[in-house]
Design a binder for this molecule. Sequence first.
Ligand code: DGY
Length: 324
Amino acid sequence: MNASSSRPRILVTRAVFPEHLERIATHFDAEANQSDVPIAAEDLASRLEGVDGLLCASGDRVDTSVLADATKLRGVSTISVGTNHIDLAACHARGIVVTNTPDVLTETTADFGWALMMAAARRVTESEHWLRAGHWKRWSLDQFLGVDVHHATLGILGMGRIGQALARRASGFSMKVIYNNRSRLPEAIEEECHARYVAREELFTQADHLILVLPYTRDNHHTVSVAELARMKPTATLTNIARGGLIDEEALADALEGGRLAAAGLDVYEGEPTINPRLLKLAHVALTPHLGSASRDTRMAMGMLAIDNLIETLAGHEPPNRVT
Ligand code: DGY
């Protein structure tokens, strides 16, 4: 047996940085997809035959059909903190270790959430499109009036690491922070974040700017729908940097079209990369293509961490970020 054939075989589903490829090459025999064309689920299934490890990303669905012939697969390492694209139960039933990339993206993603919330509140993208289209003829007192962020109430739904990082940013804007989460945070963290736990209903009624940062699961599909949107102030903004499926996009479009919500900032979509055409038509929605963690340093760190996770998993060691 030559040296390379004893090394684990891995499949890398999406293009990664040259530094990642270098590190991968020192540990694995890898099939890399540097063309970056997403691999369809049927193809992924056949390409996993005889493969020990999968390095994937949030657009790759890893479910029972994909795993059917992956008899050698021992590790699935996703370059994301979200794992909703992976059937965890199916992986665990087959003894496949699943890992993700938390922590390294927290501050970068919170920065982006902040930017998107600010863009929606102060109509940054909307006015830029208008200016680029050549419409600006003069300054006017009432041009593109937005809603203030400073001294307003920030509502955070999902108070994990990114939610807490957002809350910490709010102090600089003299904001009041309220949050709702599956479980209330320890008092010390609430104090550090200057955040007050409120009931879900109160979060929607009180927030001037509401940001979604909770993980998506089957149980919270469309957790923001007609009733929740109806509770929000007509002057409020809604920002989603978590997962598209959390919002009923038709209900959101209705609320925005009907003037029942001031603006929205969306980085994630239910059918991404396809965007609901009604949202595309609305100028008061700032839309970005799933960029929350997209700084060069953070994407580099996420890739490296995902590789580390796979190295440890395939060596039979406990990986740094096992998802249970
Ligand atoms: C994550 O890490 O989950 C981001 O949304 C990128 O997919």
